[in-house]
Design a protein around this ligand. Structure first.
Ligand code: ARG
Length: 467
């Protein structure tokens, strides 16, 4: 018979890290301290609340509680100044801290875990950590919204081309375009806020899965940890990870919006578009092509959605099909969330910086706004209004005038009146009042429309909301 991890010639089947001892493999797959140490502050906070409650209920003595609190404070300081003796043999953050507590205060450390299990402990830690992140994202998105608002405010009447199918459609204002993203990010922020409010219930005291015979007070620990209430079902409390899935869903949607805005920045900074300029702060050069100024930050933000949505997919698949209550599979919940949130945080910060940095090139935007016969719809509308023409006929007449302008290589507002009258004799020179991009945008006064008047109103509304 072959020995474990060795073939017939004694050559190791696994990499050099491993000896032929299967228990090391067990440790390697089991250990989580390399990533769950991120939860140290939440773990200590939970233990402080739990021991406070145990003492209040007479389950441990107040002397033991005092020793536990003193020990935990020392441990926190050790972790924060880098002197904590991390041990991979001790598997995870919970056992690392408990073992260290025993070094420090002896037997009383063993009483901390009364009426509690690592199952409700990890669920509590992870919820506390995620809640803090959700609150952080809400604030972060607020900063991005303010940056977009400042651009909108400065550009309520900056005319640019509006696109559908990335083809010139109708002129819009740059401020209007910025406010479109502001609306999207506002919804993203409300998704994070909703998620935060829904997940703010305490698993602590659910113990391993079934609750505990000790006379614990779950309301007390919930309150101490800032939760709205204890979770009502102990099986659910230790096995639910939908709060993390929901947070990742919100993160994925937000990353999608960041990706769309990034794509526009990439397009807009190209020489062919030249709609905006970015400074040296958010661009890089090429090592071979001296003329280049690459929008790397935008490209990287555009890509981040991949890993963020990857995290959502990964955790969804970890959770699907898991029976109640806790299974070790769930230890795989943390890394995707940590990674995705770090990526989103960086992406939001970089986008906020870029939006503040970006300078719209007004002349270039105005020229582009007039290109592509972007006021053809305005011409058709003028024919309907001024000549009482049915819209279908006006569409046809406009099509012929556009073809004429195209043939002459000119824009609609540069065509002579005579040329236009050759298509339809009743056209008067009043038509020129609607053919400029500014006139076109300004006429779109319907609620939510692009006219500078409406955009300024929305800017004022957002200023009041975000102040
Ligand atoms: N490290 C574990 C995790 O992250 C903690 C819970 C362990 N529970 C257990 N019954 N082994 O999920």
């Amino acid at each position: 018979m072959d020995k474990p991890n060795q073939n017939k010639t004694g050559q190791k089947m696994w990499g050099g890290r491993f000896s032929d001892n299967p228990s090391e493999i067990m440790q390697a797959i089991n250990v989580s301290i390399d990533f769950d140490r991120k939860l140290y502050a939440q773990d200590i906070e939970g233990s402080l609340a739990h021991s406070e409650m145990l003492a209040a209920k007479g389950i441990i003595t107040s002397e033991d509680k005092a020793a536990i609190h003193r020990g935990l404070a020392e441990i926190k300081a050790e972790i924060e100044d880098g002197t904590f003796p991390w041990s991979r043999e001790l598997e995870d953050i919970h056992l690392n801290i408990e073992a260290r507590l025993k070094d420090k205060i002896g037997e009383a450390a063993g009483r901390l875990h009364t009426g509690r299990s690592r199952n409700d402990q990890v669920a509590t830690d992870f919820r506390l950590w995620t809640r803090e992140q959700l609150e952080h994202f809400s604030a972060r998105i607020g900063k991005l919204m303010r940056a977009l608002l400042a651009q909108a405010d400065a550009n309520t009447d900056t005319i640019m081309p509006g696109f559908t199918h990335l083809q010139s459609a109708q002129p819009v204002t740059f401020g209007h375009h910025m406010l479109a993203y502001l609306e999207m990010f506002a919804r993203d922020r409300s998704r994070f806020d909703d998620c935060r409010n829904r997940m703010n219930e305490s698993p602590l005291g659910a113990a391993a899965l079934a609750g505990t015979p000790y006379p614990i007070d779950r309301d007390m620990t919930a309150k101490a940890l800032g939760f709205d209430r204890p979770m009502a079902n102990s099986l659910d409390a230790v096995s639910a990870r939908d709060f993390a899935l929901e947070a990742l869903s919100a993160a994925t949607i937000c990353a999608t919006h960041l990706s769309r805005l990034s794509e526009e920045i990439v397009i807009w900074t190209s020489a062919q578009f030249g709609f905006i300029a970015l400074s040296d702060k958010f661009t890089t050069g090429s090592s071979i092509m001296p003329q280049k100024r690459n929008p790397d930050a935008a490209e990287l933000i555009r890509a981040k959605v991949g890993r963020i949505m990857g995290a959502l997919t990964a955790l969804t698949i970890v959770m699907k099909g898991l029976p109640l209550a806790y299974s070790k599979d769930m230890q795989e919940d943390k890394e995707p969330v940590f990674d995705a949130f770090e990526a989103l945080d960086l992406a939001l910060a970089a986008m906020t910086g870029m939006i503040g940095d970006m300078v719209p090139r007004k002349g270039r935007l105005a020229d582009a706004a007039g290109a592509g016969f972007s006021t053809a719809t305005d011409l058709a509308d003028w024919l309907v209004r001024s000549l009482n023409m049915p819209f279908r006929e006006a569409h046809h007449v406009t099509g012929s005038i556009v073809a004429m302008a195209e043939k002459q290589g000119t824009t609609l507002d540069a065509l002579s009146l005579g040329d236009m009258q050759s298509v339809h004799g009743a056209i008067t020179d009043d038509v020129y009042s609607v053919l400029s991009p500014l006139a076109s945008a300004s006429s779109r006064l319907s609620y939510g429309g692009t006219s500078p008047t409406r955009v300024a109103e929305q800017v004022a509304r957002w200023k009041a909301k975000l102040s």
